[in-house]
Design a protein around this ligand. Sequence first.
Ligand SMILES: Cc1cc2nc3c(=O)[nH]c(=O)nc-3n(C[C@H](O)[C@H](O)[C@H](O)COP(=O)(O)O)c2cc1C
Length: 155
Amino acid sequence: MAFSERDLRDALGRYATGVTVVTTMTPRGPLGMTVNSFSSVSLDPPLVLWSPARKSSRFPAFEASSHFAIHILAADQRPLAEHFARNGDFEGVSHAPGIGETPLLSGAAARLECLHAVHYDGGDHLIVVGEVLRITEADRPPLVYHRGRYLALPD
Ligand SMILES: Cc1cc2nc3c(=O)[nH]c(=O)nc-3n(C[C@H](O)[C@H](O)[C@H](O)COP(=O)(O)O)c2cc1C
């Protein structure tokens, strides 16, 4: 290959994304992860996907999850993104139980509660497909991620 992993990361980092926190309930308690690999897949049936890295300490719990929730973060939720990039635990983070006991955060621009429908091999990641069971929306501007930086859209 004529490019390094760093080159690929840098090129992909030019694709601006939103920022999500994916949460699930585990036998050890609630778990979260900051994720920008989220994407829509299908409207009928309602399917979305995201990709956890196999090397993450949180990977086995997300692979084994029956349900998860995708929180599309609002611009003022950068501290949550930073927390769940560092750490999967909910210490100091308030939450309420959703479908399948999934821990739900409040204040997101949108929240998708999902059944873990199927997953596929994706190299050093897993491609997890969720069937959307419930949607919650709020009229809040999104948090944006581009080239390693958090941004807010101009008014
Ligand atoms: C903006 C952003 C997006 C991220 N997206 C993903 C992702 O799509 N998949 C993933 O596995 N990790 C992603 N991460 C990394 C995780 O949030 C987390 O840092 C990683 O799982 C840490 O691994 P650990 O549990 O071994 O500490 C992202 C981090 C940031 C800051």
